[in-house]
Design a protein around this ligand. Structure first.
Ligand SMILES: N=CN[C@@H](CCC(=O)O)C(=O)O
Ligand SMILES: [Zn+2]
Length: 407
């Protein structure tokens, strides 16, 4: 397939490197470009004037359109049953997120529903969500368990993710999040639940190859530092990589714990001090910001500007889940990051493409326009500039999406 007359092709990179600090503000591009695809792979690109002889391949005219690499959403909870808008209304009326959780709402509410739902129903609901985010440009997505909280229900969730993986063209990575919340029956027996997660669930997850990552909600009131360390130690034992939900509600030491243990990423980061930034600067752990959760729960937005100005590279992800971020709309998330966190459009796009790809281990195949990578592309409608994308935040500026060489 040959795509011709592209107004501007963005995210063109010969080399795949995680972008940090000032590098994040550059999104290399080619104006008046062509792009050649063979099967599911990008094989060539350049300026129209350098397009050599054509060989009767299928042609697409992208006149007036920009093309970008598809998004890599490195943090979602896409598999869940139903929705939680009654809690949304409670929050409007003044009940806090923690209060809702203490009364058995929140994560436990979703867990109760998920335990009762059939695997087929969960699969169908998640499949619909996947189709919805694909239309908005998502070409790779990480999905966590964590609404099961029993051996059977956690495995059921992970099998749903496995099925999605087998049937979807979007790239999917699975994460085991058994340590998401303590079920009511373990309220006074945390060690009992930790043993269940580490000694019963995790061996099965590893044995069936159901997840590549282990995550935990590392936060006072959920999994404390010592409790999270137990989960990390078990993950290491089973050869699973570590991610953490950290510093959402407090400066709880989650960032430091993640860095100390070589976590791939620490995610959320609403509560960040100088020390956390410094610790991250001296590590390979990726800070992943989840602005939808801050927005939806009316928390302060993550200090993206401060972090990037301090030389850090960040990834952005939606956190798509029924409780704190019921949306997987990356164009909206990019707009929010520009408007509320003062990221430039280039920084936000890099954070949701190449840096997101690193945060979910797909950087060799996705996240940029690079020869040999998958043809995962977003075609915009005719828009005046790249900045128009976040500027016109309520409009859908996406015309079509190509995933692995297919519309
Ligand atoms: N913070 C922990 N877990 C999810 C929300 C879970 C929920 O409220 O259902 C998150 O990433 O925001
Ligand atoms: Zn999350």
């Amino acid at each position: 397939m040959l795509i011709k007359n592209i107004k501007e092709l963005f995210g063109v990179r010969e080399e795949t490197v995680f972008l940090k600090g000032k590098e994040m503000d550059s999104l290399p591009s080619i104006k008046n470009a062509f792009l050649r695809i063979e099967g599911d792979t990008i094989v060539d690109y350049g300026q129209m004037e350098d397009l050599g002889p054509q060989n009767g391949e299928e042609e697409i005219n992208a006149e007036g359109q920009f093309i970008l690499p598809a998004w890599c959403d490195s943090h979602t909870h896409l598999v869940f049953d139903g929705s939680r808008e009654e809690e949304f209304v409670d929050k409007i009326k003044g009940v806090s997120y923690e209060e809702i959780a203490r009364k058995g709402g929140g994560i436990l509410n979703s867990a109760k529903r998920l335990q009762e739902a059939s695997e087929d129903s969960l699969y169908e609901q998640a499949w619909k969500r996947l189709q919805e985010v694909k239309k908005l440009g998502t070409g790779a997505i990480e999905i966590k368990s964590g609404y099961g909280l029993t051996v059977d229900a956690e495995l059921k969730m992970l099998r749903v993710i496995k099925r999605l993986k087998e049937n979807a063209d979007v790239e999917i990575k699975a994460t085991f999040l058994g340590a998401h919340a303590y079920p009511m029956e373990y309220k006074d027996n945390h060690q009992g639940y930790l043993d269940l997660v580490c000694k019963e669930m995790m061996p099965k997850v590893a044995q069936e190859g159901l997840a590549e990552y282990v995550d935990m909600f590392c936060e006072a009131g959920f999994f404390g530092l010592e409790e999270s360390q137990q989960v990390i130690d078990a993950a290491k034992k089973y050869g699973l990589k570590v991610k953490l939900h950290a510093n959402q509600l407090q400066n709880s030491g989650g960032v430091q714990l993640g860095v100390k243990n070589g976590a791939v990423s620490v995610d959320h980061l609403e509560c960040m001090g100088e020390e956390e930034i410094e610790v991250l600067r001296n590590s390979d752990t990726i800070p992943t910001l989840l602005p939808f959760a801050a927005f939806f729960l009316r928390f302060p937005f993550q200090p993206a500007r401060k972090m990037i100005d301090a030389g850090l590279g960040v990834a952005l992800a939606t956190d798509y889940n029924p409780g704190s971020a019921p949306s997987g709309n990356i164009p909206l998330m990019i707009a929010m990051s520009c408007i509320q966190m003062k990221m430039t459009p280039e920084e936000a796009i890099n954070a949701a493409t190449i840096n997101g790809a690193f945060a979910m281990g797909v950087e060799k195949e996705m996240g940029s326009i690079t020869k040999g990578k998958k043809a995962n592309l977003i075609f915009t409608k005719p828009i005046p500039s790249l900045a128009y994308l976040p500027y016109a935040f309520g409009s859908n500026s996406i015309d079509k999406v190509l995933i692995k060489g297919r519309f």
